[in-house]
Design a protein around this ligand. Structure first.
Ligand SMILES: *Cc1c(COP(=O)(O)O)cnc(C)c1O
Length: 411
């Protein structure tokens, strides 16, 4: 038996209060269904914030976890291991990349990317070329460097002094990018779709401008694909559908389907600026995480799976559009594949969380992206029946919330 009886209240008693978790406690899951400690069942439209791309307890991944767990978990980076070499080989066969560095999270992958960009600029151009260009509303993680580079000032406030040499520009503003990227710029970091910032896709012409400006000024273009990567948009990586190839790509979240692993991918020439000892990690590239990620990439890179993401994304968008029209609820539905944001009309401004809470009461786990956007990031292989059932429950939750708001304003 367990030594401690725990429930949601225990969180407030024992945890550092940086999160405000839902009132229920998930205890078990399979595919796109999750059960809480009271036995209530939920359809998961969150995928653990775009993490469990292959759903929960995927049999192939459980098998790899078990087999590798009974074989070799950890040997430190004083030794290499077969799973990490297979994973790097697979990622490099499928992308522009020629070299990989493994970490344990998205923030750490970005930290490596930003440090590498600074080091490469120093060695290639000298000590003046330090500026990192980033965009408003962007999110790159929670280390001090990544909150400083991220475009949401609230995450960096109160932690100063923050690293210097970081410039924030408006996202999708071609003129601003042309004007600001120059001889001092060492790197530009951009999400092909801003996830946390509200599910805002980059304009392809904007990404092309960034590529051109980086080439003109010898700066490195970093794509943060921590959220958009690993099949989420219907492509293995979102860059593949933009006509723009980055110099460095970061990936995490779905890479391990929930087992913590992140990676920084780059070219051989750029990787050469990280020499033995200049960067490192204890757990990064451990055989257990690498074996799981290798299986994830093998499964997600299947063309049939990626086609399924596009098909499900189109179906989800069409149903959301119909629901939105019925209640006059959505100003815009946007995104790509199965990363979809539905922005509330002005009448419901600031109420995204109310809709997510109502969805939970009706048995649907739903994300928000800021106060005005409902965010959908379900499993890439969610069953049609689960998708339909989840949408039916969500529609009821929306009906109830809209009616409650109408009652409140009539009173
Ligand atoms: C989630 C996210 C991160 C941070 O990843 P962690 O694993 O939480 O450190 C970085 N960039 C983007 C785009 C993300 O969505």
């Amino acid at each position: 038996m367990n030594d401690f009886a725990v429930n949601r209240q225990t969180f407030d008693d024992v945890m550092v209060p940086v999160f405000s978790p839902a009132p229920f406690v998930p205890v078990r899951a399979a595919g796109s269904r999750v059960w809480d400690s009271e036995g209530r069942e939920y359809i998961d439209f969150t995928g653990g914030i775009a993490v469990t791309a292959l759903g929960h307890t995927h049999p192939e991944l459980v098998r790899v976890l078990r087999e590798q767990g009974e074989t070799l978990w950890h040997v430190s980076n004083a030794y290499t291991n077969q799973p990490v070499l297979r994973l790097a080989s697979r990622l490099e066969a499928l992308t522009f990349a020629e070299r990989a560095f493994f970490a344990n999270s998205g923030a750490e992958a970005n930290e490596a990317a930003l440090k590498l960009a600074r080091r490469a600029a120093l060695e290639r151009h000298g000590p003046e070329k330090i500026e990192i260009v980033s965009f408003s509303q962007s999110f790159h993680g929670r280390t001090l460097f990544t909150v400083s580079v991220g475009g949401q000032p609230k995450y960096a406030e109160g932690f100063g002094p923050v690293p210097a040499g970081i410039v924030h520009l408006p996202y999708n503003d071609i003129e601003a990018a042309r004007g600001a990227i120059g001889t001092k710029t060492c790197a530009v970091i951009v999400e092909p779709i801003q996830g946390e910032g509200g599910v805002i896709p980059a304009d392809p012409a904007f990404l092309r401008t960034l590529r051109e400006a980086c080439d003109t000024h010898g700066a490195l273009l970093i794509f943060d694909e921590v959220q958009t990567g690993v099949g989420r948009t219907g492509h293995l990586y979102a860059y593949m559908d933009t006509g723009v190839t980055p110099d460095i790509l970061t990936t995490a979240k779905a890479l391990g389907n929930g087992f913590p692993i992140g990676a920084m991918l780059t070219t051989k020439a750029i990787a050469a600026h990280f020499k033995v000892g200049v960067h490192g990690t204890t757990y990064g590239g451990n055989p257990l995480g690498a074996a799981i990620a290798d299986k994830v990439i093998e499964l997600v890179s299947e063309p049939a799976l990626l086609d399924g993401v596009k098909r499900r994304g189109a179906a989800l968008t069409a149903r959301l559009d119909a629901i939105g029209k019925r209640f006059g609820l959505f100003k815009e539905i946007r995104g790509k594949g199965l990363l979809i944001g539905a922005e509330l009309v002005a009448a419901f401004e600031g109420q995204a969380k109310d809709f997510a809470n109502a969805a939970a009461r009706h048995g649907v786990m739903l994300l928000i992206a800021g106060p005005n956007v409902l965010r959908f990031a379900p499993s890439l292989i969610i069953d049609d029946a689960d998708l339909e059932e989840g949408l039916a429950r969500l529609e009821k939750a929306i009906e109830e919330t809209v009616a409650a708001a109408a009652d409140a304003s009539a009173r």
